[in-house]
Design a protein around this ligand. Sequence first.
Ligand SMILES: Cc1cc2nc3c(=O)[nH]c(=O)nc-3n(C[C@H](O)[C@H](O)[C@H](O)COP(=O)(O)OP(=O)(O)OC[C@H]3O[C@@H](n4cnc5c(N)ncnc54)[C@H](O)[C@@H]3O)c2cc1C
Length: 412
Amino acid sequence: MHIAVVGTGIVGACSAAWLQRDGHQITFVDPLEPGQACSFGNAGSLSPSACLPVGMPNMWRKVPSWLLDPLGPLTIRTSYLPRVLPWLVRMLRHSTPKEVTRIAGSLVTLLRPIFECYEPLLEHAQAQSLVQRSGCLYVYSSREAAAQWKWGMDLRRSLGVNLIDVDREELETLEPDLKGRFRFGILAPDNGSTLDPSQLVQALCRQSLRDGARHDRRTVTGFERQGRRVTALRMDRGEPLAVDGVVIAAGAWSGTLAAQLGDRLPLESQRGYHVTVRSSNLQLRHTVMASENNLMVNPMAMGLRLAGTVEFAGLAPPPNYARAQALLRQGRQLFPHLDTADVTQWMGHRPCMPDSLPVIDHSRNADNAWLAFGHGHMGMCMGATTGREIAHLIAGRATQVDLAPFRAARFH
Ligand SMILES: Cc1cc2nc3c(=O)[nH]c(=O)nc-3n(C[C@H](O)[C@H](O)[C@H](O)COP(=O)(O)OP(=O)(O)OC[C@H]3O[C@@H](n4cnc5c(N)ncnc54)[C@H](O)[C@@H]3O)c2cc1C
């Protein structure tokens, strides 16, 4: 089939690569070059351990104090509050211990095969060097402080995630740059990361183009249909693009497209920020998650990236880079000797569903349209598995992951 993949982020790139392995002809549709939207500046962690949803049972108690600090880990622009409130209530409903246990059990099925699903794509694109398996260290000021996160860590362990407690001495041997700051850690040795998420997406898309894909640099505005089939994509300019099928992998912008096909889904942007310290004088060997600071730190090809924070403000308003600067201040507190002379800053739209589960499904009203979005805080982790499963769906094969928890119908 000639399949249009709308979106050249990590999800579109992986979906196209897996579809080409089935012999489909691919046209990417995206006005941007590959890997320029949310897949550009994320923290790049590829974590089988990242199976907890955003809404955790105890989190809500901290929310009021977070909201009082406009540069804190969570902020909601006042003008956006009425719009996002129903979505937040939905998220709250998915934050009970029972729901979190169910959601984590579903997320882990997409996360366990991360590397197995990336491997053939990376090998084919000769991009293996962009992914490393160096592990992640969750670090805490003390063992007592870590107790706050114990319930979630135990849940991860119960789902088979390999986590090793690390005392102060061992922690400082593993990461000498953390010396004196943290007294307890938990090592996730099976985690990995990418040295550059945007380069990873670009490498995969370049390979797809070498394998015969095209890139149509326009914006999809709608669909032409005959009965239950999409026959063409309407574009912001020029002629419609005739297709045999379409995968909507347009990240945080997928909602309006899916709605045009009859799938009205509660997709919301959780805006996140990074600062990348280009001339990093640290020698970190692991991804470091400082939970008390809500900060992820990852050594990357272009420098040391500090990423995090959640901002609800919608897709349109410009970034508030004071939030990125707040991340930098956190970084300086964690690493007082960090040389921050040369930094870049960035904001991206995480495509989020209220239950933290992506949508991986066919459209309910169009037999040749498929939905692949809503990967939230974990699109890099789940991109390759999503691509493989979308290819199974399109081929009519049995999926390797039970896709029931990821159906769009859960919101209908
Ligand atoms: C600060 C931060 C840190 C993060 N850290 C991590 C991490 O460590 N690990 C992890 O796994 N995830 C992380 N994430 C999340 C991850 O970045 C996202 O889940 C992922 O990039 C989403 O990929 P995507 O392909 O769905 O969307 P995107 O990368 O946003 O791509 C969507 C594409 O669709 C295109 N598009 C939109 N509308 C249209 C249209 N109408 N027509 C044509 N094209 C269209 C856009 O131009 C864009 O190129 C982080 C995110 C942030 C913000």
